[in-house]
Design a protein around this ligand. Structure first.
Ligand code: FES
Length: 115
């Protein structure tokens, strides 16, 4: 009888632990999805940009001065590097948020190529 009670108690404890872990994991995933922003950093500044929004506007929020010429995406004067990818800021969009947690924490580094 005591052994049966011990087993039942053990099952209850393990079940509660599994429930808490699942609930915590779900809350973490939910908060990451709800944020739905791409962290951008430049010169010590950080800006949470909406993926798909204007890259030029995001660079302005970061305090970067991007040189412009054609403003049509033809000349490449406004090219910036964002997280290692070249983007023409005048027509480019903010990329999706990085999947790696370390990159989400550090942010994608944005630099102006033709500064
Ligand atoms: S200003 Fe020419 S490509 Fe952006």
């Amino acid at each position: 009888m005591n052994a049966l009670l011990l087993v039942l108690a053990l099952v209850a404890v393990i079940g509660a632990h599994a429930f808490v872990s699942r609930a915590t994991r779900s809350a973490t995933t939910r908060s990451a999805l709800q944020m739905n922003t791409t962290p951008l950093v430049a010169g010590g500044k950080r800006f949470e940009a909406k993926p798909g929004s204007s890259m030029l506007a995001a660079t302005k929020k970061l305090g970067l001065k991007v040189p412009l010429a054609c403003k049509k995406g033809d000349c490449g004067t406004c090219t910036v590097t964002c997280g290692g990818k070249k983007i023409r800021a005048c027509v480019g969009k903010v990329p999706d948020a990085p999947k790696l947690k370390s990159l989400q924490e550090k942010g994608l580094v944005v630099t102006v190529d033709n500064a």
